[in-house]
Unconditional design. Sequence first.
Length: 279
Amino acid sequence: MTVGYRALEAPDAVQGVTVPIHLLYASDAPARDEHFGAYTLTVARDAPVATTGPFVVVSHGTGGSPWLNRDLAMYLARAGFVVALVEHPGNRRGDDALAGTPANLEHRPRHLRLAIDAVGADRAAVIGHSIGGYTALAVAGGRPLALPNQTADGKAHPVAVVPDPRVRALVLLAPAVPWFMADGALAEVDVPILLRVAQHDRAAPAELNASIIRRGVRDPARIDFQSIANAGHFSFASPFPPEMVRADFAPSQDPPGFDRAAYQPILHAEIASFLRAAL
């Protein structure tokens, strides 16, 4: 079994952009090395789908790239899932003008709904890293507030988000979720959640963000929670090619002694097992 790849686009009439979607899935076609920016994946481009398994949408972190989750996506595709890596216009690498704005909080969840529409799925799971965790919770029923430091009048304001009942499970990796601090903001989120936070997370402090989720969702008993010892914010992302690993490139770095490459197979197996049970 190989991994097929197909590039899709979903027009977003509200934002006036096209949302790129990278689809990975199981295929019987011959695969070859394909280059996606700095990363190389062995895939069968535009190959037929061998099996139609559960659908998973992945939301990257702020200013990031969907390819930071490439190893997880490849693992899930080989396991029979259909995986959509969404690029968020206005909050992605090379196009980050909306970072820190209420508009970004509004647009991101809609991008995920458009991805589900694009493949015609009737149920889906969402995996989100960092602000991708916010995005996942928002599309699953969360009611976020834009924070005072993000608004013109310095006051918190509700963000217009439409929940998607097709979202049946969430995987939250080092989630950044301060927009859900208000009482009741997560009360309508009622799906199984796999939540993993990093002990030494400086970007999205683990204790704060985990507590917002664990006390906020409708049924905390539906959360599979772990704090990963010695991990950092980017320890959940794929390891980088050696030429990209350097001290001034934070996504390539982990706390001293943490072995990202060794942890990844453990994480991938946990996520696949969780999603099989949830979907």
